[in-house]
Design a protein around this ligand. Structure first.
Ligand SMILES: Cc1cc2nc3c(=O)[nH]c(=O)nc-3n(C[C@H](O)[C@H](O)[C@H](O)COP(=O)(O)O)c2cc1C
Length: 388
């Protein structure tokens, strides 16, 4: 087995298996099946919303590379007149800088420095992208999910339901009625965490309690809502409180990047994964919770298969990455293919840090058992739920 992994790692630097998950299952008896918002995925690795999911061409490349899912860039919601209360987030900014970032404990990691915010083109352009994503989803090539930032009122204000209605109905129409439900991610971004709007805990808890319900009420199609939680500028206990306040969400994406108030930018690296994993360590689904609470998705500083397993062992059924798809080419062991493909190669096949190596270690330590002769990725997260 170790030889097979070395061999695959070497040969897949230059060529790529037609069906990654099928190959892993056949060669290693490892079932990588994962889930996002209740949808079955061939493996857990997807792309988080951002600058890498802005065009149909990027989606096509990711489908060819074999990513399991892609979340589209976050759209800023509007009402039927085109008015957007969150217009301050529709900032046009193209320049991104991939930089080393040293964590508080001295470890060196990566971050992407970027001053932009949400989708900066028209709703019509976004709907065209949703239709391209829908076609790939229906063809079974790549699960594509839109992401939206809707109006978030102050405590003494009402929600602008017109924004929720108009934008959600437009997305539902673009998605079509053939294959409901509509899947949707609601972004609470790091720049929001850094905004005076998010200074008030009660205000944040109100948003989290009400927003999923408002999206559901606004949608003409059955809809499943994943809430991508921001890392609020409060302590870990409040972060858990936020998770529990998001009662009506079908899934929680844990958690968007940290916010550096001095430099006025969002950042990632080891500080981000440390914070996220620490909070997930002491999150417990409420005793009265339904399965809804159990659907967790990890994000933040995922640069190895072992880090995927860190999130999975805290209950995450899939993961979404951004920074690892942006590294300088020399950082990937593969010498061929798109960045998505090279990233997948390292995440899955790296003989020391990859997902296969990590799952086989869990087996060796007695933490993961074979069922019908196979190791199952989803058993890693379901063990976390049982333990809690
Ligand atoms: C340049 C950039 C733009 C991003 N834009 C969005 C966005 O529009 N909506 C969103 O939900 N997350 C956005 N993110 C967050 C990523 O999807 C991801 O959750 C986060 O960066 C943590 O993962 P990472 O450490 O792998 O980058 C963005 C991240 C980066 C680096």
């Amino acid at each position: 087995m170790p030889e097979q992994l070395e061999w695959d790692f070497e040969r897949f630097k230059r060529e790529w298996p037609r069906d990654l998950a099928a190959h892993v299952r056949e060669a290693y008896r490892i079932d990588l099946t994962a889930r996002y918002l209740g949808e079955t995925l061939p493996h857990p690795i997807g792309k988080g919303s951002g600058q890498l999911s802005l065009s149909a061409g990027q989606l096509e490349d990711d489908a060819s590379a074999g990513l399991a899912f892609v979340v589209l860039k976050t759209l800023i919601a509007e009402d039927e007149t085109g008015a957007r209360t969150m217009a301050a987030w529709a900032v046009h900014e193209t320049k991104m800088k991939v930089e080393a970032r040293r964590a508080a404990d001295g470890r060196d990691g990566w971050t992407v420095t970027w001053k932009g915010r949400g989708w900066d083109r028209s709703l019509a352009d976004y709907l065209a992208l949703v239709r391209a994503g829908r076609d790939l989803t229906r063809a079974g090539r790549l699960l594509v999910v839109p992401s939206v930032k809707y109006h978030l009122p102050r405590l003494d204000e009402a929600f602008r339901d017109a924004e929720y209605r108009h934008t959600t109905a437009a997305l539902a129409a673009a998605w079509g009625e053939k294959e409901p439900p509509l899947l949707l991610e609601k972004d609470f971004s790091p720049t929001l965490a850094g905004d005076p709007l998010a200074d008030d805990r009660a205000q944040i808890l109100r948003w989290l309690g009400e927003v999923p319900h408002r999206i559901r009420a606004a949608s003409p199609l059955p809809v499943k809502v994943a809430v991508k939680l921001m890392n609020a500028r409060f302590d870990d206990t409040f972060q858990v409180e936020m998770m529990q306040a998001t009662r009506d969400a079908d899934a929680l994406v844990c958690f968007n990047r940290l916010f550096d108030t001095q430099r006025d930018v969002a950042y990632g690296g080891w500080d981000l994964s440390d914070r996220n994993l620490r909070v997930l360590n002491f999150y417990r689904p409420l005793p009265t919770s339904t399965d809804r609470y159990r659907l967790l998705v990890g994000t933040g500083n995922i640069c190895s298969g072992r880090m995927i397993l860190e999130y999975a062992s805290r209950g995450c059924e899939s993961v979404q990455l951004h920074t690892f798809f942006q590294l300088p080419l020399a950082e990937y062991p593969a010498t061929y293919g798109s960045r998505s493909q090279r990233a997948l190669h390292a995440l899955v096949f790296h003989p020391e840090h990859g997902l296969i190596a990590g799952m086989r270690d869990l087996e060796a330590r007695g933490t993961l058992d074979r069922r019908n002769g196979e190791l199952h990725f989803l058993d890693v997260s379901s063990h976390a739920h049982r333990a809690s």
